[in-house]
Design a protein around this ligand. Structure first.
Ligand code: SAM
Length: 369
């Protein structure tokens, strides 16, 4: 499926398509089933060719971020979308309301860092009024504490907070801006206002913070927060990902369970990306998001809306369909069809471990993680 978003200005880094050694594979046009958008359903919910129902939409509100995490963005030189390319809040709400009619039940706001976009509380209130079952946000929490209560009152149901180290100096060296104390304080505030249960996202990088697995597991035990270990993916803007950096979910499971026995819990709704485990003694829970070593594409129910209005059916696929023109034309039927087409075009899996895979053009912060 060709992107139809070419009418807008070129996307940053669009010319960079970087082959990644050892891992990655672009969806293989020859082996993949032929994508016939003409065959895409014209009505009904968002079901793909493999029967997967899509009811979860990640909405990126900006590609900008106030941090520069080592596995995500370069320290300097990151190019961001011109502001006039971003969907306005009116446009995001319009797209979300069409998605709701198509069966989308949960929305997660992300970015970039969602809280760097001015007026986010207003967007939350408007999305909440549409009546989604779950309206969450993923944030680095550096700006969360002062607005946590207002966000909750506006209808945000919970937050996922990213935090890759429990040590001040290391936090600073991974995130390169911001500080740990602010983030830990924001966790307390978020819980106190009702944005719970908190999920804490930890990206482990071999040789950088992998010695903190047990510390984070203990943190989960002490606080009741669900610590989710995420395998580092080839989605950094600088193209420096290396499989040697990866700390597998299996290794984390073995290390944590050697100290505190774990037992598996059902995945939420059977489709959440995290494999969930609770400590056998009843003190807390961890999650493993093993996107690289144990892809969970077979149960994927997720779609993404980028900040500049592209529907994206997979983190690792460059296939994008722009809804911007349709939303600006007020054409809800066209928006709905773009959703159906995007879902219909989805591949059975991201095939990240095939040697011929090419990393996607847009990086995590540009897509919306
Ligand atoms: N700024 C927000 C935050 O920090 O949570 C939301 C956007 S961020 C892109 C969403 C999540 O993606 C974070 O948990 C971040 O750690 C994770 N992430 C970013 N780059 C990644 C990569 N290359 N591999 C795995 N996770 C990554």
């Amino acid at each position: 499926m060709a992107s139809n978003s070419t009418a807008s200005a070129p996307k940053p880094a669009a010319s960079r398509r970087v082959p990644v050694t050892l891992s990655v594979k672009a969806h293989d046009e020859k082996s993949a089933p032929t994508t016939k958008l003409a065959d895409a359903p014209r009505s009904g919910p968002l079901v793909d060719r493999y029967g997967r129902v899509h009811d979860d939409l990640r909405v990126s509100v900006t590609d900008r971020c106030n941090l520069r995490c080592v596995y995500c963005m370069p320290l300097t030189g990151m190019q961001f979308l011109p502001r006039d390319e971003l969907l306005t809040f009116d446009e995001i709400v319009e797209v979300a309301s069409v998605a709701k009619e198509l069966g989308v039940k949960s929305i997660r706001l992300t970015g970039g860092e969602p809280l760097v976009r001015h007026g986010l509380v207003d967007l939350v209130a408007r999305l909440s009024a549409l009546g989604f079952g779950d309206l969450a946000m993923t944030t680095n929490a550096t700006r969360l504490a002062p607005v946590a209560r207002t966000l909750y009152e506006a209808g945000l149901t919970r937050v996922n907070i990213s935090c890759d180290s429990l040590r001040e100096d290391r936090f600073a060296s991974i995130r390169r801006r911001g500080d740990l104390r602010t983030v830990l304080h924001a966790m307390d505030v978020a819980e106190s206002v009702g944005l719970a249960p908190l999920k804490i996202n930890v990206v482990l990088v071999r040789g950088v913070n992998d010695d903190e697995v047990e510390d984070f597991a203990d943190f989960a035990r002490q606080t009741g927060r669900v610590v989710r270990f995420i395998e580092v993916m080839p989605l950094d803007a600088q193209g420096a990902w290396d499989r040697a950096q990866l700390v597998s979910g299996r290794e984390i499971f073995e290390r944590v369970s050697a100290r505190w026995p774990l037992e598996a819990l059902a995945r939420e709704g059977d489709v959440a990306p995290a494999e969930r485990f609770r400590f056998v003694d009843g003190r807390g829970e961890i999650g493993l998001i093993s996107s690289v070593t144990q892809p969970f594409c077979g149960t994927c129910n997720r779609l993404r809306l980028t900040a500049d209005g592209d529907i994206r059916n997979c983190l690792f696929s460059d296939d994008e369909l722009s809804v911007r023109d349709a939303v600006r034309a007020g054409d809800r039927v066209a928006i709905a069809q773009l959703f159906r087409d995007a879902v219909w075009a989805k591949y059975p899996g991201h095939a990240i471990n095939d040697p011929s895979f090419l990393r996607p053009v847009r990086s995590m912060s540009m897509i919306g993680g």
